[in-house]
Ligand binder design. Structure first.
Ligand code: SF4
Ligand code: SF4
Ligand code: SF4
Length: 300
């Protein structure tokens, strides 16, 4: 009998499921090795008993929480798939604002919109005050990072589970697999002190082979987990940190501030428009920051 595989979506964009589709012909082999008992395409309400469940998305509503608890109860192995599930994801940036402000930004008022026909429409799930990663709600057996995850890494994780092996995502930093050239970064050299922080579009020219950080562009590579092949810097785009910190116990944003403090003139960091969104774009709910904020009663 083939192992039973189910997939569920919590607070996510379905991009992690698209990463599965990006396996192309390897997906055919995978689907030949398992029995797919539930996915967004099956439209099944309940999660059947299964061997493996892939969970996409963070826990941001009461419905998400009920769904992930059911997934945990029904699955032998639970896999958190992608940055939202493993770290809280981009949606977790709402953890430093009030829920009413989230509604105001989304709908122009402090409340969710009234449903046109409450009898006919499914109810809008109530937002929880904070977004949480899956591991903050239930036990997680395997985590596959990334926004979206690298399809081959997803396949490696699933193959390891089906073969009874352990899977662990790589733990070095992205800079170790980035092919961009360092000229001054690893030297005690005042030449590696940028006098400002730039967006790629603000530079008159950009050296396509030199480290972006050395050119004054914030690249999260030094504090981010490797494994994506440094696909953004390879495309002339700085890393935003979607694979999360190279080690889960590291504070990704604080480590980046530490890194920048070493290479930027004192005070330049304060001119970053969005320090939290830069350092914690994908992992604010997994950092110590929200609990610190809550303890201080600081809500914005
Ligand atoms: S990790 Fe990225 S691709 Fe996956 S659900 Fe979240 S936002 Fe979408
Ligand atoms: S900081 Fe960015 S561009 Fe520079 S080596 Fe690291 S990943 Fe590559
Ligand atoms: S380069 Fe950075 S942002 Fe881009 S996919 Fe890799 S980890 Fe994510």
């Amino acid at each position: 009998m083939k192992p039973k595989l189910a997939t569920v979506v919590l607070g996510g964009c379905t991009g992690c499921h698209l990463a599965l589709l990006d396996l192309h012909e390897k997906l055919v082999d995978l689907l030949g090795a398992v029995e797919l008992v539930r996915s967004p395409l099956t439209d099944a309400e309940e999660i059947p008993e299964c061997d493996v469940v892939l969970v996409e998305g963070a826990v941001g509503t009461a419905l998400d929480e009920a769904t992930v608890r059911e997934a945990r109860a029904k699955a032998r192995t639970l896999v958190a798939m992608g940055a939202c599930a493993t770290l809280g994801g981009v949606g977790g940036l709402r953890n430093v604002v009030q829920t009413a402000d989230v509604f105001a930004a989304a709908y122009g008022s402090g409340k969710p919109p009234l449903q046109a026909d409450p009898e006919a429409d499914p109810p809008i799930p109530a937002l929880r005050p904070e977004v949480r990663p899956v591991s903050a709600v239930v036990d997680v057996d395997v985590e596959v990072p990334g926004c979206s995850p690298v399809p081959e890494m997803l396949l490696d994780a699933l193959t390891a589970i089906l073969e009874g092996r352990e899977f662990e995502a790589p733990r070095r930093t992205l800079c170790t697999e980035c092919s961009r050239r360092h000229e001054t970064m690893l030297q005690h050299d005042s030449g590696f002190v940028s006098d400002a922080v730039y967006g790629v579009m603000e530079l008159d020219s950009i050296d396509p082979e030199r480290c972006l950080l050395e050119q004054g562009v914030i690249c999260m590579g030094p504090v981010t987990r490797e494994g994506c092949g440094a696909r953004c810097p390879a495309s002339n785009v700085p890393c935003r940190g979607c694979m999360g910190p190279s080690r889960k116990e590291f504070e990704q944003g604080a480590k980046m501030v530490d890194t920048l403090a070493a290479i930027l003139p004192a005070g330049a960091i304060m001119f970053l428009d969005d320090l939290i969104g830069t350092g914690y774009r994908f992992g604010l709910p997994s950092s110590v920051l929200p609990s610190t904020v809550t303890k201080r009663g600081w809500s914005r």
